[in-house]
Design a protein around this ligand. Sequence first.
Ligand code: PMP
Length: 395
Amino acid sequence: MNNRQLFLQHVAQTSDAPLALEIVKAEGMYMWDADGKQYLDLIAGISVCNIGHCHPKVVKAIQEQAQTYMHLLVYGEFVQAPQVAYAKYLTDHLPASLNSVYFTNSGSEAVEGAMKLAKRHTGRTEIIAFKNSYHGSTQGSLSIIGDEYWRNAYRPLLPDVQHLSHNSMDMLSNITERTACVIAETIQGEAGVLAPQREWLQALRLRCTETGTLLILDEIQCGFGRNGTLWAFEQYDVVPDILLLGKALGGGMPLGAFIANRDVMWSLTNQPVLGHITTFGGHPVACAAGLAGMKALMEEDMMAGVVFKEKLFLELLKHPRIKAVRSRGLMLAVELEDFPANKKVIDHCIQQGVITDWFLFAPQCIRLVPPLIITEEEIRAACKIILAGLDTLVS
Ligand code: PMP
């Protein structure tokens, strides 16, 4: 059996139509398959590889840390320099109130930790989330995602969860002194790039403050320069009580985090002690990689071109089959009439050496979330292929 057949046989599948491309190398904007075919990556491993694949500084940091030490002990006991350095660097780049970082293995685990923290800190049980939001696939994070189709098969779900409409001022009164936390993606990703209205997000912040509810912003997908600023919330002049990070946080390695004020985080330390336990969370190699990656993002000024590149995509992506394009920096959703049309374009692009995808809750939209290092030339080449794909749709 070849690798593809072994993959289908022995690597658990949750899709009946996996892409099953065998990638043998990735670097910067590109990947190569087993036949040597080159692909331009327009999805960055779903918003992970914001600085491109295998950034040399990240590779070096991983090699050095792997030679120094790897796993030592479960989270939070030993002083591990890569964790300390990354927590310091992150908090140096966050509002002063967000000064305590709990590192996890994944985005979903960060969501779980944050919900637990909110319950412990407030002594309340109700969790409010939003329709069309995505927060992960573990039982708890799945319970709060805002899409019935994706969560229904896993009932009973976490109790005392309400889903409100995004951008609805009227619904803010549902947040009360019973509510432990409100969790929102700053920019909804899987819904197909839906941004909140500025006034609404600010009113949400205010309502949380009034009711003593913790505001959790999930920037697992939209953080790390994706929108042109390091954090998406900066563009709205709000500061969350808990910030959730993942995906690009690890520079290509698995890493998540929930970040809060130290006074709030302290609620996890007694009655019972060890309020969140993780064996591998904050793995030293992942933290070393993440720190090197974030430094590359900042020092190489990768966010500088994001707005220009977004505009270029918007300018080039004009076609009668496109119903709408929604974007926040280099996070774009190109809306077509339905999933079959989208799938046809995606397949055409892959065949032509451009990797793109759809969104979980917006299967009719092409996902364009490239590494931030994409060049003008690469954007032009990619859009040409996307437009040719759109031409193949029969009218
Ligand atoms: N929140 C958001 C906004 C996400 O996009 C994702 C992943 N797509 C998650 C949480 C869950 O992260 P993970 O898959 O690492 O558990």
